[in-house]
Design a binder for this molecule. Structure first.
Ligand code: ATP
Length: 369
C-alpha cells in the first residue's frame, strides 16, 4: 500500500497544505518546530484515526479554528481509496472512505498499515509497562478488527466498573451491578488476552533472527507476554480480588495491567539491560513489526521515521535503512548532511519552514569526494 497525496486544512500549524508523495522514500527536512512531525502525524491519523501524540482532537486543530480537515489518497495496485477526516473540538471525528461516511473507526482497519518510529520508541524497553501495552494496542488495532472492538468495550466497562467501585465504597446497595460489569470485563478481557498471546508468540519468532543479525550473532532476544491473569482464570481471579478492588476503588486484575518482557540470553532487559542493549532491542522490535505486518497482512506497511536516524549509531542506522526495501517511507530530519554522507537514496524531498512545505527536485546529489 502506498500513499499518493495528502491535503490538510487547519491542521496543527498548517492553514492549507497539499502534497504529492513518491512511492519510495520521502524526506522532510527543516529547523526545529517548523511542522515536520505534524505531517507524519497527519498521515498516521488519516491511516489509523489516532494520533501518536495526543488523544485530544482539539490539540490537532489549528489554534483559533474550530475544525480541521484531512484528506489522504492511498493506493493498493490499481485500487485507490480517499480517506477524509473531520476533526471538531469536543465532538467525535467525522470519517469518510471514498466519500461514504463510516460510523466506526474500525472500518478503516485493514486498508493500510502504518509503523511510526520516533526517538521515544527507543526507550520502550526501559520505560514503564504502559508504553509496551500501547505498542501492543497500536499494532493489534491495525491488524485485528475483533481486537479493536474488544479493547474499546473493555476500556468502557473498566471505566464504568471503576466508577461503581467508588460508589460502592460508601453505599453497597448496587452490588449486583458489579456482577454485570465483571461478566463483561471477563468476556472482553479474555478476548484481548488470547489475541495478545498469539501476537506475542508470532513476534517472538520474528524478532529472534532480526536481533541476532543486528547484534552480530552475540545476543539472543526473546519477548514474553507477562500476563496479569490467564484468560481461563480471569473470572475467578476477579472474584477473589473483589474485596481488594472495593477497598482500593480500582480494578487490579486484567489485561490493562499486562506487560512484555524482553530478555537477552535470559536477562530481563527492562531492569538489567545496558542502554545500548535496550535501544537495540527497541530497534529490533520495530524491524520485527515491519516483518510481522508483511506476514500477517500480506502487504507492505508505510514507515514513518520521525527524527530517529540521528539517534542511532552507524550500525543500527544501516540495519534500519536496509530493512526499508520497497516500503514507502517518510523521514523527518533537521539536516540532510547525514543522508548525503551515507549516500542513502531519497526519491523526493521537501523543505519544511514555518507551516509551508516546498517540494525540491528529486534526489540529493552525491557527495563530492
Ligand atoms: N494546534 C496547533 N495550531 C497551530 N500550531 C501548532 C499546533 N500544534 C502545534 N503547533 C506548532 O507546530 C510546531 C511544531 O511542529 P512539529 O512538531 O511538526 O515540529 P518539527 O518540525 O517536527 O520540529 P522538531 O524537529 O523539533 O521535532 C510548533 O511551532 C507548534 O507551535
Amino acid at each position: 500500500m502506498k500513499i499518493d497525496s495528502l491535503k490538510l486544512q487547519n491542521f496543527r500549524n498548517y492553514e492549507e497544505l497539499s502534497l504529492e508523495f513518491s512511492p519510495g522514500t520521502n524526506l522532510f527536512y527543516g529547523e526545529n518546530a517548523q511542522g515536520k512531525t505534524n505531517i507524519l502525524e497527519a498521515v498516521y491519523v488519516c491511516g489509523t484515526t489516532k494520533s501518536h501524540r495526543t488523544s485530544k482532537d482539539r490539540e490537532m486543530i489549528r489554534f483559533g479554528e474550530n475544525e480541521s480537515h484531512l484528506q489522504m489518497i492511498m493506493r493498493k495496485g490499481d485500487v485507490s481509496w480517499r480517506i477524509d477526516l473531520l476533526l471538531r473540538a469536543g465532538r467525535a471525528k467525522g470519517i469518510a472512505v471514498n466519500m461514504v461516511p463510516v460510523r466506526r473507526a474500525a472500518e478503516l482497519i485493514g486498508l493500510g498499515h502504518f509503523i511510526l518510529f520516533s526517538p521515544e520508541d527507543l526507550s520502550i524497553i526501559k520505560d514503564g509497562p504502559a508504553g509496551r501495552r500501547r505498542f501492543l494496542d497500536m499494532e493489534l488495532c491495525q491488524l485485528d478488527k475483533v481486537y479493536v472492538s474488544a479493547l474499546t468495550s473493555y476500556n468502557k466497562v473498566l471505566e464504568q466498573r471503576g466508577k461503581l467501585l467508588k460508589t460502592l465504597s460508601t453505599d453497597r446497595r448496587d452490588m449486583e451491578t458489579l456482577d454485570v460489569w465483571d461478566e463483561q470485563l471477563v468476556r472482553y478481557g479474555s478476548m484481548i488476552i488470547r489475541i495478545r498471546e498469539s501476537f506475542v508468540q508470532m513476534l517472538n519468532e520474528i524478532i529472534r533472527p532480526i536481533h541476532e543479525k543486528l547484534s552480530g550473532g552475540r545476543e539472543h532476544l526473546s519477548v514474553r507476554y507477562e500476563k496479569n491473569v490467564e484468560a481461563d482464570a480471569y473470572a475467578s481471579a476477579l472474584e477473589d480480588g473483589r474485596q481488594r478492588d472495593l477497598y482500593l476503588c480500582s480494578t487490579m486484575t486484567g489485561p490493562h495491567r499486562d506487560d512484555l518482557v524482553f530478555s537477552s540470553d535470559g536477562v530481563d532487559l527492562r531492569h538489567y539491560g545496558s542502554q545500548g542493549q535496550q535501544r537495540s532491542a527497541a530497534l529490533s522490535l520495530k524491524l520485527a513489526e515491519i516483518e510481522l505486518v508483511k506476514k500477517k497482512a500480506g502487504d507492505s506497511p508505510v514507515l514513518l521515521l520521525d527524527d530517529v536516524l540521528s539517534e542511532l549509531d552507524a550500525g543500527r542506522q544501516q540495519a534500519l535503512l536496509e530493512s526499508i526495501g520497497d516500503i514507502q517511507t517518510f523521514i523527518t530530519c533537521t539536516g540532510i548532511e547525514e543522508y548525503v554522507r551515507s549516500g542513502f537514496h531519497i526519491d523526493k524531498r521537501f523543505h519544511v519552514q514555518g507551516g509551508h512545505v516546498q517540494p525540491e527536485p528529486s534526489n540529493i546529489p552525491d557527495p563530492v569526494l
